[in-house]
Write a protein that binds this ligand. Structure first.
Ligand code: NAD
Ligand code: UDP
Length: 314
């Protein structure tokens, strides 16, 4: 290892976002430790990195403690798709809480900087629009999404308590809907569902009337934001929103994907899941100011790349 090279752990490194981050860090010649239990991630996402001398894969479940020398930790481990995180909600909340504690203890002992992948979901079904970091949110503590959103809220609490009590160097980012290549075919999130349905001429499943909104960020833009936040001055700890502020309704997303794939799929309307947030759009003023960061790729261009990826899988 050279003097400048850092030992960087990415938990959830075999998942969608984690694998992009590992790839970028390997290219930047960091020594990357990818930790994953493969609950939603896959070896296929990282197999091209396995022969790199500065990449190590550790199969480990974050609910169990682990101690090893590291300089930086990106804590991404947790299923992010509502279908996936609700399929085993107790495991999800254990990953969020025990995982956060285990990684914060590791950061404390190793004197590492730790970044938490928090989420726009901590704002719940927001009554403030767009969402700024000082909004406390509107979540249901006993609903089906709570294992994820309350788990992530409590993880933020843990991060700030370790910061105040143990002086741990923390960074908290709130990630808004991100999409791109390496999303799992059966992941269940809207972009992967619609693209796969469109490419295979299956019905496009719109939950509710399709008037719910999201703001979609391309994965490369998000990866850049994560790296900038990790390497920002120690006194900038967040939370900071990372996402693309271009808001769009789910119906419009479906129509755009149909156009880009030239698909003949029909739109069908299904029940809206309980507590599904009605609107979501990040205010990214803080990220612009403190990280000089903003997304560069619009939804159409990002979707074209994502569609090409899914074509190679199907
Ligand atoms: P993903 O499901 O593709 O990846 C999660 C990874 O974590 C998988 O590789 C999975 O196997 C691993 N994992 C889960 N539980 C684990 C455990 N107990 N021990 C070890 N590994 C475990 O999801 P993603 O989209 O890549 O999301 C990554 C992180 O970013 C998550 O923490 C998620 O909450 C956050 N996030 C993502 C988005 C998004 O739009 N992609 C939005 C907000 C927040
Ligand atoms: N959605 C949909 N059809 C699908 C999957 C999702 O209409 O096949 C909707 C979902 O109800 C939500 C939005 O798309 O309003 C985004 O859902 P996703 O699961 O991608 O992420 P969320 O932002 O809800 O965590």
């Amino acid at each position: 290892m050279s003097n400048k090279q850092k030992r960087v752990m990415v938990t959830g490194g075999a998942g969608f976002l984690g694998s992009h981050l590992c790839e970028r860090l390997v290219k930047e010649s960091q020594h990357v430790l990818c930790l994953d239990n493969f609950i939603t991630g896959s070896k296929a996402n990282i197999k091209h990195l396995l022969n790199e001398t500065n990449f190590e894969l550790l199969q480990h479940d974050l609910v169990n403690p682990i101690i090893l020398p590291v300089d930086q930790i990106y804590n991404l481990a947790c299923p992010a798709s509502p279908v996936q995180y609700q399929s085993n909600p107790i495991k999800t909340i254990k990953t969020n809480l025990l995982g956060a504690i285990n990684m914060l203890e590791l950061a404390k002992k190793a004197n590492a900087t730790i970044l938490q992948a928090s989420t726009s979901e901590i704002y719940g079904d927001p009554t403030m629009h767009p969402q700024k970091e000082d909004y406390w949110g509107n979540t249901n503590p006993i609903g089906p999404r709570a294992c994820y959103d309350e788990g992530k809220r409590c993880a933020e609490t843990l991060f700030f308590d370790y910061y105040r009590q143990a002086k741990t160097r923390i960074k908290v980012v709130r990630i808004f809907n991100t999409y791109g290549p390496k999303m799992d075919l059966n992941d269940g999130r809207v972009i992967s569902n619609f693209v796969v349905q469109a490419l295979t001429n299956q019905d496009i499943t719109i939950y509710g009337k399709g008037n719910h909104t999201r703001s979609f960020c391309y994965v490369d833009d998000l990866t850049e934001g994560l790296i900038r936040m990790m390497n920002s001055p120690d006194n900038f700890i967040g939370p900071v929103n990372l996402g693309n502020p271009d808001e769009i309704s789910i119906l419009e997303v479906a129509k755009l994907i149909l156009r880009l794939t030239q698909s003949k799929s029909n739109l069908i309307f299904r029940d809206l899941p309980q507590d599904d947030p009605g609107r979501r759009q990040p205010d990214i003023g803080l990220a612009k100011e403190r990280l000089d960061w903003q997304p560069t790729l619009n939804l159409k261009k990002g979707l074209i790349q994502t569609i090409e990826y899914f074509k190679t899988l199907l």
